[in-house]
Ligand binder design. Structure first.
Ligand SMILES: [Zn+2]
Length: 451
C-alpha cells in the first residue's frame, strides 16, 4: 500500500477545478502541503494518505474559493441606512456622514464582520476599496481587522483630490501627491506578500482631477502598483466629467494612458461598445457588482457583451450600505438573473460563466491568476467545500446550477485559505467568535447613534 504525507487531505469530494478545460472529478482527493495544492486525483481507495488532518467530503463539492473584488468594509456598520434613496442622496445619508465619524476600533470591528461574512459565504479573497483617509489610524485598524480573519486581502488606499461642490466632505480631500506618499508609507509599514497587498486608485470621477489621475498613474507605473476606481456607475459620473473636461471619462482616461492591465474598473453600468472594445484592447478588468447596481437603481451593465469582447469580468459585493450584505452567493445569483431578464434570453449567461467570474475572473482581476482562482497542483490552496444537503439546494443534479441558483451560506461547510482551514461547520478558527463580535458591534452602533 502506497502512503504519502500531507498537512491536509480532502477525500471523496466531487471536484470542480474551474481550470481551462473545466475538469470535473466525480469523486476525488485533494492534498495540501503548506499553502499549496500538492495533489489532485480521482479517488483510489487503495491509496492511503497520511495527513495531520483528513476531511471525508463524501456528498460535498469542492470549488475554488470566491474572490470579492470590491467592498467598502466600514459600510458593514451601515446596513439599511439611506435605503430606497438615489445614489447621491444615499451617499449623503449613510456612507459620507458615517465615514467621517467612525473610530479606528469601529473600522476594525467592521473589517472582522465583513471578512467573516465573506468567509462564511465561500470567499477566500477580498479587495477593500478604502476611502476614509482623514486619519491613517483608520486604515491601520481596517487592515488589522481584515488580516486577523485569515482571508487573502487587497487593501486599496484610494484618494479624492476634488469634489467638494458635489458633496464630497472636505476632510476626505487631499492632493494626489500626498495620497501617493501615504500609499508608500503603508507599503513600508506592512510587509506585502501573496496574502496581503496594497493598491491605490481614484475614488470616483466627480472627486478626481485630471492632474490627480496623472499623478497616481505615474506613481503606479513607476512602482508597479495596481489600481482600481468606480467608473460609469451612474450617468451623473459622466456628466460631471463632460462639464469639467468636455469629454467622456473613458476618452479622458485613454488620453492619459490610464487604461492598462493594472486597472480594475468597478460597476461600468454605462459602458459603450467603444468602451468595451478599449477595455479588451488595454486589458482592463471589470468588477461587476449587481446588488448595489439594482439597490441604488443605477442600472445593469453590459456584462455578456464585455465577456464576448474578451474583457475579464470579476464580481464584487460593494459596501454593505448599498447591498446590505457581503454575500457572494447572492451576488452570483443576481449576476446571472439580471442579464437573463434584461436580454429575455436564459442562455445569455451561464452558471459556469458566473462561477468563472467569481473564481478565475477574480484572480485575474487582482493579478493573481497564476496563484489562485482554480484548483490545480502547485496553486495556492484557496477552496471551499460546498454541501448541497440542505432543503434549499437538494437534490443536486448540477453542482454549478445549485451553487448559483439554489444556495446560501448554510451550504458552505469549510473555507480554506492559503492551505489553512479558516471556517469549518459554523466555526471560525483563530479565536474569532460570531457572538462576541455581534456583541461588540452592537455596543459601538449604540454609540454611533449618539453622534
Ligand atoms: Zn464601491
Amino acid at each position: 500500500m502506497d502512503e504519502k504525507k500531507y498537512d491536509l487531505v480532502i477525500r471523496n469530494a466531487m471536484i470542480y477545478t474551474m481550470n481551462r478545460e473545466r475538469l470535473v472529478i466525480d469523486r476525488g482527493t485533494v492534498a495540501v502541503q503548506d499553502d499549496r495544492i500538492a495533489l489532485i486525483e480521482p479517488a483510489d481507495q487503495s491509496v492511503s494518505y497520511c495527513a495531520d488532518q483528513v476531511i471525508d467530503a463524501d456528498g460535498m463539492v469542492l470549488f475554488p474559493g470566491f474572490i470579492d473584488t470590491h467592498i467598502h468594509i466600514f459600510q458593514s456598520f451601515l446596513k439599511g441606512l439611506g435605503a430606497d434613496h438615489r445614489l447621491i442622496e444615499w451617499l449623503n445619508m449613510s456612507a459620507l456622514p458615517y465615514g467621517k465619524i467612525m473610530t479606528p476600533y469601529q473600522h476594525e470591528l467592521a473589517a472582522k464582520l465583513a471578512c467573516m461574512e465573506a468567509l462564511k459565504s465561500g470567499c477566500t479573497g477580498i479587495c477593500e476599496f478604502f476611502y476614509t483617509n482623514q486619519d491613517p489610524e483608520l486604515a491601520y485598524a481596517c487592515i488589522e481587522g481584515m488580516r486577523s480573519t485569515g482571508i487573502r486581502s487587497v487593501f486599496i488606499r484610494t484618494f479624492q483630490d476634488a469634489g467638494e461642490e458635489y458633496g464630497m466632505p472636505s476632510i476626505f480631500i487631499e492632493p494626489a501627491d500626498k495620497a501617493m506618499r501615504e500609499v508608500e508609507s503603508l507599503k513600508k509599514r506592512y510587509k506585502e506578500d501573496d496574502m496581503f497587498s496594497i493598491w491605490t486608485g481614484p475614488d470616483v470621477t466627480w472627486s478626481t482631477t485630471k492632474e490627480g489621475y496623472q499623478t497616481m498613474l505615474e506613481y503606479c507605473l513607476s512602482e508597479n502598483v495596481r489600481y482600481s476606481m468606480h467608473l460609469k456607475e451612474t450617468e451623473v459620473d459622466n456628466e460631471m466629467c463632460f462639464r469639467t473636461y468636455g469629454k467622456d471619462i473613458v476618452d479622458l482616461l485613454e488620453e492619459i494612458g490610464f487604461l492598462t492591465d493594472k486597472m480594475l474598473a468597478v460597476h461600468c453600468v454605462n459602458l459603450t461598445e467603444n468602451d468595451i472594445r478599449r477595455f479588451a484592447e488595454y486589458g482592463v478588468s471589470i468588477s461587476h457588482n449587481p446588488a448595489p447596481n439594482l439597490y441604488l437603481g443605477s442600472g445593469i451593465p453590459p456584462i455578456p457583451e464585455s465577456m464576448c469582447a474578451g474583457v475579464n469580468v470579476a464580481l464584487g459585493t460593494d459596501g454593505a450600505a448599498s447591498n446590505n450584505s457581503t454575500d457572494m452567493l447572492e451576488t452570483m445569483k443576481l449576476a446571472a438573473l439580471i442579464q437573463k431578464g434584461l436580454h429575455r434570453d436564459a442562455s445569455v449567461i451561464t452558471a459556469d460563466q458566473v462561477i468563472q467570474m467569481a473564481t478565475c475572473g477574480g484572480a485575474k482581476a487582482i493579478g493573481m491568476e497564476d496563484l489562485t482562482g482554480t484548483l490545480e497542483t502547485g496553486k495556492k490552496a484557496d477552496m471551499i467545500l460546498f454541501d448541497p444537503r440542505h432543503l434549499k439546494s437538494f437534490p443536486n443534479h448540477d453542482a454549478e446550477a445549485t451553487v448559483v441558483y439554489a444556495s446560501s451560506e448554510e451550504n458552505i461547510d469549510t473555507t480554506i485559505v492559503n492551505g489553512k482551514i479558516v471556517y469549518h461547520k459554523g466555526n471560525f478558527t483563530g479565536g474569532l467568535s460570531e457572538d462576541q463580535l455581534i456583541q461588540a458591534i452592537s455596543a459601538e452602533v449604540e454609540k454611533m447613534k449618539d453622534c
